[in-house]
Design a protein around this ligand. Structure first.
Ligand code: AMP
Ligand code: ZN
Length: 112
């Protein structure tokens, strides 16, 4: 999608601090971190949100990619949180599916 900022990151048309990448996804640092460690995993293929994720194989790869990124980021010892904000009530602001990978501090519950 021409006007999608995360498609532009996936296509390396705008810069991002990329931590991990494979054929299906890119993991990069969030520009406005909400925790000491805050990265985003996006599929390279554009989809608006998780309700458009129909491909089980891709879904598995994205989830395993989040876990691989968490390991690479050193989050296995103390743990981390995965978040997928979805549409208006979910607090989504960028409409290209992304998984937040958050760590480096204790996370409260319930979320805001
Ligand atoms: P959400 O509110 O779940 O849609 O999250 C969107 C996230 O994308 C926010 O945490 C933003 O800080 C982050 N973000 C927006 N633009 C960029 C960018 N150019 N590079 C990195 N992260 C971004
Ligand atoms: Zn996109």
């Amino acid at each position: 999608m021409a006007e999608c900022i995360f498609c532009k990151i996936a296509e390396k048309k705008i810069p991002a601090q990329i931590e991990l990448e494979d054929d299906d996804f890119v993991v990069f640092k969030d520009i406005n971190p909400q925790a000491p460690v805050h990265y985003l995993l996006i599929p390279k293929k554009h989809m608006q949100d998780i309700t458009e994720l129909q491909d089980e194989k891709l879904a598995g790869r994205l989830l395993m990619g989040c876990v691989a990124a968490a390991q690479k980021l050193g989050l296995f010892t103390h743990g981390f949180r995965l978040v997928v904000n979805t549409k208006n009530h979910g607090g989504q602001t960028v409409y290209h599916l992304h998984f937040h990978i958050l760590g480096g501090r204790h996370m409260g519950w319930p979320p805001g």
